[in-house]
Ligand binder design. Sequence first.
Ligand code: ATP
Length: 356
Amino acid sequence: MSITAQNVTKRFGAFTALDNVSVDCPAGELVALLGPSGSGKTTLLRVIAGLEVPDSGTVHFRDDDITSHSARDRNVGFVFQHYALFRHMTVFENVAFGLRVRKWPEPKIRERVKEMLHLVRLEEKAEQYPANLSGGQKQRIALVRALAPEPKVMLLDEPFGALDAKVRAELRDWLRRLHGELKHVTSIFVTHDQEEAFEVADRVVVLNKGKVEQYGTPITVFEHPKNEFVMDFLGNVNKLPVRVEGGRALLGETGTVELPAKLFGANENGRTDAYIRPHELDISRTAEGGNCLLGKIVHINPAGSVVKVRLLAEDFGLMINVDITPDRYRALALKQNETVFVTPKTARIFEPDYTI
Ligand code: ATP
């Protein structure tokens, strides 16, 4: 079942929470709504769920315009950040709840609950109460409770938000696999964590101030961020002040270092920022070409699959983060307080308010 929100606008008094938003989720896909706090993610989810009525625009499930249908008639499954399990009911009864409301016959309920608990490998917890479960287990039960009545659409609002990093990572992995098995469910989930969105989702919608900044597959959004907002929001990027002159990007006041910049937009001469990801810089002990700068190593974090080096480019008063491979780190034998050469391999410069 595909989900389409078309030109949706939602105002709360004078405040516009969603401003002409259009999103198309293909059937069977997992789509993440990603954006900072207050960008309109939950409001869009609630409009799709039928919990908010848009001021204008439409919501379609497949070809059916369901904009005026009540939440009950939309047959969607919900999972919220806080488990919202019924504390006085056993795990079994929690999962059975939606089936009893829909008056499923008892033998079918037993069969379905068993199947659901098997899906999340929590069969042995059937007679326990939520208080006896860990946070991750509660959230898995919340997910299969929502899935039990066979919804075609699942809406998840920061489903792992309340869990610690390790459990979050496990549940992400698990959600991805579960979604792969449930071929007929289309899911939309809200997150403000770009790593989570990129890891789990087939497509990502980046929202900002009630508008869609970019919509695409994780790889497209990562490799081709449409504008400064998306580039910045994805995080983990160096933002360096530059002057653009005749199509060249020069770092700092003196303009002695030219960046190998890709210019997006008209880029008239003037001051702006260049964006360079940490892996798009290299460190060397000798100057490599004309466009390198000197950096004093202030910190090295070698614990990880990449080595993170933080440097101060004193000539420009800039802190720069560089990621290098452990092999390169060992070959260079880098030490704190040493001065080395830093060479940008690429840089992106966006015209302010430019969008492809
Ligand atoms: P967060 O990550 O913090 O949950 P969000 O991106 O999900 O943020 P929304 O909850 O959709 O954002 O809220 C978008 C904006 O709309 C916020 O500024 C919020 O204060 C406002 N808003 C949401 N619901 C209401 C409401 N019922 N009445 C008034 N304003 C609201």
